[in-house]
Structure formats: C-alpha cells, structure tokens
Design a binder for this molecule. Sequence first.
Ligand code: BES
Ligand code: MN
Ligand code: ZN
Length: 499
Amino acid sequence: MKIFVKKGKLQDIKSQAVILALFQDQKELTGTALLIDQACKGLITEFINNGDFTGKPSQISVIYTRGAIPAQRITLVGLGKKSEINLEKIRTAFSKVMQHLRSLNIKEAATSIDLNMLSEKEDKIVQAVVEGAILGLYQYTAYKTVGREDIREMEQFNIIAEGEKYSVVESAVKIARIIAGGVYLARDLISAPSNEMTPSVMAQKAGEIARRKNVTCKVLDRAKMKKMEMNALLGVASGSNEEPRFIILEYSGSSKSAAPVVLVGKGLTFDSGGISIKPAEKMDEMKSDMSGGAAVMATIMVAADLRLPLNIIGLIPATENMPSGTAYKPGDILKSYSGKTIEIVNTDAEGRLILADALAYASKYKPVAIIDVATLTGACIIALGDDLIGMLGTDEKLKSEINKAARTTGEFVWELPLWESYSELIKSDIADYKNSGGRAASTITAAAFLSKFVGDFPWVHLDIAGPAWCGKDKSYIPKGASGVAVRLLTEYLRNCTHK
Ligand code: BES
Ligand code: MN
Ligand code: ZN
C-alpha cells in the first residue's frame, strides 16, 4: 500500500472513502468531522443522533455522501471513550477500519489525523495511525495459487495534513512505514514454511539486509563453528541435514569506538524436539521457532533505514532441531563456546543451547547491553498467556527502559524473578549445568541457564513464546506470525539515542 501525505483539507479531497475517527462520548463534532458534517448538511450528526453510530471501540459505519463532498463515502470509526484513549486503541481502530474498507473492495482511503486526540506527542499519534493501518492489512499470500483474483488489496492511503502540521506528519509517517516494513519482513520470514526458510535462506535474507549502507553481514558455517568450538549450537544442529548458520549482522550508525547494543535472536527454523520429540499436535507451528531471529534481523534493517545514531549487532544462531541417527541425545555432554559444559537431559530444550553460544560470543563486542529474543518456553505461555512477553534479566535500568518502550508500542512485557536460587535447578551431577530444570518454573530456569553464558554486561532476556504466533486474529495482528518485538526493540533503540 502506498501512503501519501498531502496538504489540504479532508472535506475538499476526492477519495473513495474518507475516514473519521470519533470518540464514544463526543457530544459535538469538532475539527474536520464538523467541517465535513456541515458540508454534508448534517449527515454525520443525523447518523449519530439516531443511534446508528455510537463510537464504541472499532465500531464502523460507512455513509454515502451522494456528491455533498468530493469523497464518495464517509467512514466513521469508533475510538471508544475519550478518557480511555491510548495509542493501542488508535492502532486498533485504524487497522479495523482499513480491514473493513478492504473487505468492501475499496482500494483507496484518506484521513486527516487529529493531533490533539490524546496527550501523547503528535508524532506518536501519527505513527499509531499508520502502523495500525499497515499492520492490520498484512496478508501472507505467497503460496496461494488458487483464487488469487479474490485477494483484495488496499492500494493507497492518503493522509491529509494542514499546512503548518505537514512536516510533523510527514516525518512520522516515514518512520511508521519503515517500522511497519520491518514487522512485515519478520512476519514474512516466520510465515514461510521451514522447507523454504532454512538456516541458509535466513542467512541469505540477512545478506540482503546488509546491502544497505552501514550494514555488514558475516555468516559462519558448520566448519567455521567447529573451529570456534560452538558445540552447543552444533549439538542441536547435528540431527539435521540442513546446514546450520551463525548470522552476524552489524550496523554502524555511530563512531567505531562506541560500544554497541547486541541483539540475539533464536533462529530455530524448525523445532521437532529432536530425540525428545514433540507431540504431533501443533508441531507445524514450530516453523515459527525462529521468530526471535526474524525480529532481530528486521530490527537491524529498521535501525539502518532510520539511520539511528548508534552501533547495533544482531546475532542469529540458526538451525533445525531434528531426530536422526546423528542427532544429539539425552545424556550427551556438550562443551559450549564459553568452555562451560552442558549435560543434555532433554533435546527439546534446544533454544537455550544455541543462545548459550551466541550470548557467549556477544562478549567480544563489550556491549552496553545484550537483549535476547526467543520463543524459548511453552511454560511462558502457561504463565502469561498469548499476549505477553516474559522478561528476565540482570540489569534494572535496562529492564525499565524495555518496559517503557513496551508500554509505548503495546508489545507488553511482564517481569519474572531471576533469583539466584533458581540456578540450583539446573546444576548437573557430572557437567557444569543441565539444559533443563524440569517443569517447575521452567521459563525462569531457562533464563537462569542463559545467564551463565552472559558476560558481565547488562542483559535482558525476552521470552516471546506467547505472542510470536497468534492462533486467531488480534486487532492489528492477523492470525499467524505477529512479528512481535520488532516495534519494541526499535522503540528501545530509538530511546537510547535520545539520551
Ligand atoms: N520452542 C519451544 C518453546 C515453545 C513451545 C514456543 C510452544 C512456542 C510454543 C522450546 O524449544 C521448547 O521446546 N521448550 C520446552 C523446554 C522443556 C523441554 C524444558 C518447553 O517449553 O516445553
Ligand atoms: Mn524445543
Ligand atoms: Zn524451540
């Protein structure tokens, strides 16, 4: 969908549908809505007074203008009560109205954004409108060959800004498009089936991101990893015929000497569980076990496109986890890249193994912060549900910065305790650690395990097992891959540069 920012007034614009977002308890129309209502001889007022439209969240009414204004239709969308408005409600309203217009086979819509809608900064409001509109329209159609002619697509979204607000709106729209583009990339990578989205294809996609200015990509193959003794990652990869890859994306937006932020993303392109094989039900969804890696790749792309003034490293260990005659087995002991030894008690606890090597590798950058993102534990879904990201870490400041970014983006995090006592559960009798502490508190013991491989740097672990994959449509996240953490990481990184 193309997005244009145009100078002018919405009531003068020729459009298939102009969108007006209205509050539920709005007694009288104001601003653009009032001007359009007057031009249409009270059409909107009549609609509201007769109770057809109340403005409750995401309620939609489409009204024909019959030539009263150049636009063919007025589309009202409810924002809910003014006292309860927030960025998330704006994103939701605009995703819903765009989805509705697309279902009517409308190709173009126009709106003007009320920049006083809530007390947030004006650019955040514009960003929410555009992100909501774009993100809600996502559809993954690459493998549909039958009935392609029925696929509907919105082609154009025009945002009409008054003269003096034009530059604020234009720059916020540009930022929102870049960020939403990152979410689309992550969703595409995750939605692709694992027979196509292999570790080598992920590496290839990373190479494409690195065609940008200031981004480089290095890829380690099995032989190189062997030389470097990344045996935890290699252990997981040993059961698969797919070659593993360790992907290193480097974005330099600041001076060479500036210590970077390191982002680490779990890149399990398919998690069968290995010898400790998973049940068949929903195993297909385990193609999404590279959601963390996809989020990290997309975030690096976004950071480069936004030209953020800081250095960022993305580390994505990528492999399949498969059972076979060469697969690693329960009881095996692996010597990780850090030198620490790990007893395997469950081959399905593979994410922490590949992350262990990547987190240890991160030390070489002497980073200001390390954030890892992973679909790490089913227990996180049991504890927090499908919507929340589990957050654990060692640095209070970093945790609070991520929490702040989470509240802005609506990609909410909830902290779980990472107390010393949990480390007892992952002690091994014969090696340094074991890779599973059993069922109790397994999101926490997984993080405790990771902590053993992080050097002395501020670190936060984000368990995205819940929100990475949506079983049903959620406002601006259509069913399937959500692309979660791209907006969260981007917001965190943008805030880093405002200090
Ligand atoms: N990738 C899974 C976690 C997962 C499960 C993510 C369901 C999304 C949905 C991970 O590798 C895994 O299998 N974890 C095990 C760990 C256990 C064996 C200690 C789990 O959570 O059951
Ligand atoms: Mn697993
Ligand atoms: Zn996994």
